[in-house]
Design a protein around this ligand. Sequence first.
Ligand code: G6P
Length: 587
Amino acid sequence: MCGIIGYTGRRQAAPVLLDGLKRLEYRGYDSAGIALVRGTGFFVRKKKGRVEELSETASERGTVGIGHTRWATHGEPSERNAHPHVCGKFALVHNGIVENGFRLRKELEETGEIFSSDTDSETVVRLLNRLYDGDVLAALKKTAERLEGSYALAILCADFPDEIFCARRASPLIVGVGAGECYAVSDPVAVAGREGKFYALSDGEFARLSPDGATVYDRYLRPVAKEEKQYGRAEVPQLGAFRHFMRKEMEEIPDAIEKSLLKFIDEPLKNLMRRTKSVSIVACGTAYHSGVAAKTAIEALARIPVEVCVASEYRYGNPVSGEGTLVLAVSQSGETADTIAAARLAKERGASVVAVTNVADSTLTTAADLTLYTYAGREIGVAATKSYNAQLALLYSFAVALAQGKGREELPYSALTELPALAKRALRACDGVRSWAQRFQNARSVFFIGRGSDYAAALEGSLKLKELSYLPSEGYAAGELKHGTLALIDRNTPVVALLTNREIAEKTMNAVHEAYARGARVFLVTSLPEYALRKEVSASVVVPETDPLFSPALSVIPLQALAYYTALACGNDPDKPRNLAKSVTVE
Ligand code: G6P
């Protein structure tokens, strides 16, 4: 998703901007650009493709500038649609979506504006330039009042060549104040390790930055005092001996699980649990899949009904929630627009909202009554790995605590504390799937099947494979295969079967037989080694056995590895899959 960096200070801005853009790359993008204040105007360079394309601008002079990585929403990925956008005295970068952009554009075009891009962002800079009469903040406030949707804006104005102007609504923006310099960034990673004080803008706020400091204003342009945040202390992850962050982050899974298990339930959470009659989990992508896995555990252990909803559906549905409903809003980044909106809606309806996130002070935490943190560490690979296992650790221990609160004592918490060591062993099984990649890379499509918890892991395994290899793939409930989908299976359709629950293993094997009988090659991920010897199985990896309720935390590991190796076999970059963004901050 788009990234913003702005710098004003005593140093040359271009190297700072390029460094910031490199750090923002992990979010996913398709073009990038920078603008520097130059005389009475701007130096602007934009490129489709990678940030490296801008490297020749590193020597451009100028101490004030803004930079942007763009993930296309309105208008194709191209140089003309890349940011910054310039109009008159202004250069602007924008994250978010201006939902009335089309209407505003029409209005501006009818009164003579000629646009040079297809973006909604250009309407903002054109409107701002129109409304400007010497007071940038006043014009920015009037502009903001005309905008519907979300925005984080960083703006240069030729009349104030030392300054950067900012505005925020529903898209994150952080202001940093160092010695003789200021930053504006959309993501803490861009300022990690930098000296200074950092402040997160709230919805509706504006800011004015100069080398001498920053002032934040509320929606009426009254200066406001802000609470300092510790973003500068974050570390910039390094690859070390690894080729890709994804593989490195998988090695960090045992640690992520260990740190994310809930070790202590405080009074506010206990109270909230006591009041809980039903649970709704709202999330997107991989976080949604951890919700699917958690549903099985919560229902089995606490005997409380759980629904799992894709956040984008929840927010525009008419959810039945209120007192007694506990909404778990799960998001690695805490910045996914749909999940935040779903959490806010749930709260409006009277539900208790608990955010489950990996990022301190992320926007989701502001929409929740309580926050539970996963401690996976920063995740750079666009396709989530260790954050999924960390979410499972937290949600499983939450399930156990919820059950204990309901007086159900005979619970497998010890199985949870063993998970980190078992995950280490599961990582050793990853080499076993390396050779599978050759057989998957030319497949027409792939199926991942399982029952119960195995079905939850199958959904995530399938998502990983499609994200990284671009192969059509589906996660399917093993018992449902025969109701239509079997028609798609032939010898070019590898089937990955998950088998970790002895009690229903033979039932899943029925589906394996059915696929095998249609010529499919079956690849087994199991904690039950005896099944690896069955004639229907072409290849298998064995993962350590745990309580079947918790098995996705282990069985997903070889599936993540399968996606990684298949991406390599297909010639794709596993850290930066095409078209995808790490956190989706727009609808
Ligand atoms: C994007 C990412 C996925 C991620 C999803 C939810 O689509 O590409 O990997 O699972 O967003 O992200 P969140 O930060 O809310 O967990």
